[in-house]
Design a protein around this ligand. Structure first.
Ligand SMILES: Cc1cc2nc3c(=O)[nH]c(=O)nc-3n(C[C@H](O)[C@H](O)[C@H](O)COP(=O)(O)OP(=O)(O)OC[C@H]3O[C@@H](n4cnc5c(N)ncnc54)[C@H](O)[C@@H]3O)c2cc1C
Length: 291
């Protein structure tokens, strides 16, 4: 099916892009990698009057670590997450997730900003950003603002981003000593969206106690879910088998899956329990330098 007619703009500055979005008063959409938007337009699930293609705007594709954060530019292709040395060494959750998204074509076209902005509960990167306690930098007609990832996802395909705002950067708090993270995805076949997936970030102190735990869940609710009770529970624990089991149970309670062709509700919830246990164990092993 072909999409209905639309205007196409290819601005070369962010200000120009924001001006075009503002001019169309909610009827225009940003086009980044096009891997979600174009498909939705072909199915007529999205019918924007105009597309504002941000691919010609320079300086939106980068991975940089400074004293306080890892910054990822919105136009960074998701394939880059699995290739970046700093991400692989210190933010392995993002490398894990980057390798699990769809197939090489989608990963090479799709962008980090698009994956985070789309608000699809099946997208893998939002749960990672929830686990990492990331912030998103958005730029609109009134300037820049920072939105915590944990406040960004409001409902399926509904986010805190305004219609004239462009997500320009994701900022992840810098990984400190003893940090470890991991992302595990259960999928029906390679390239599929998750049946259930779990992202974990934590640190292990010299005493052996877990600190700063964060757990995010993919595709088991209307949005990516921050499993707050499971995350809080882990802090101060040593990661014993009983701790992992309890964290898994708490994460499963935070999930709200629906039955579909990926499985019934009980199965998905149990997958959250099992994969939380395993992914926490993997993150602890990485934090201790053992994986
Ligand atoms: C076959 C297939 C399988 C897939 N499987 C997976 C999977 O397993 N896991 C996964 O995570 N994803 C999957 N995807 C989705 C893919 O990762 C998309 O690339 C991603 O969801 C959107 O990124 P994009 O850059 O292509 O955004 P686009 O498709 O260009 O845009 C998506 C939405 O985000 C908005 N947007 C984009 N960038 C910005 C920005 N910087 N600021 C504001 N709004 C913006 C657009 O206006 C649009 O509403 C799959 C896609 C396909 C086609």
């Amino acid at each position: 099916m072909y999409p209905p007619n639309f205007e196409y703009y290819a601005p070369t500055t962010l200000d120009e892009a924001i001006g075009l979005l503002d001019q169309h008063q909610g009827e225009a959409k940003v086009l980044a990698g096009g891997q979600s938007l174009i498909g939705m337009m072909k199915l007529r699930l999205a019918q924007p009057a105009a597309l504002v293609d941000i691919n010609r705007i320079p300086d939106l594709s980068y991975v940089r670590e400074d004293a306080s954060a890892l910054a990822i530019g919105a136009l960074t292709r998701t394939a880059e997450l699995g290739r970046s040395d700093v991400i692989r060494a210190r933010y392995a959750i993002l490398a894990d997730a980057g390798r699990e998204i769809a197939d090489p074509t989608v990963r090479n076209w799709g962008t980090v900003g698009g994956n985070l902005s789309h608000g699809d509960p099946g997208n893998d990167l939002p749960a990672c950003m929830l686990a990492l306690n990331a912030e998103y930098v958005a730029q609109g007609p009134k300037g820049r603002r920072t939105i915590p990832a944990r406040k960004f996802y409001q409902d399926s395909f509904v986010t805190a981003l305004g219609p004239s705002e462009v997500l320009v950067e994701a900022r992840v708090p810098r990984a400190g000593p003893g940090s470890g993270s991991a992302y595990s995805k259960m999928e029906r076949k390679v390239g599929d969206y998750a049946t259930a997936a779990v992202g974990v970030r934590l640190a292990v102190a010299k005493s052996g106690a877990i600190e700063g735990a964060g757990i995010g869940l993919t595709n088991v609710g209307p949005t990516a879910i921050y499993a707050a009770a499971a995350s809080d529970f882990l802090n101060g624990k040593t990661g014993s088998a009983a701790d992992l089991e309890k964290a898994g149970e708490l994460a499963a309670s935070a999930s709200a899956p629906v039955a579909d062709n990926r499985g019934p509700v009980e199965f998905k919830r149990d997958m959250v329990r099992v994969w939380t246990r395993r992914t926490v164990a993997h993150a602890i092993a990485r934090a201790k330098g053992g994986a």
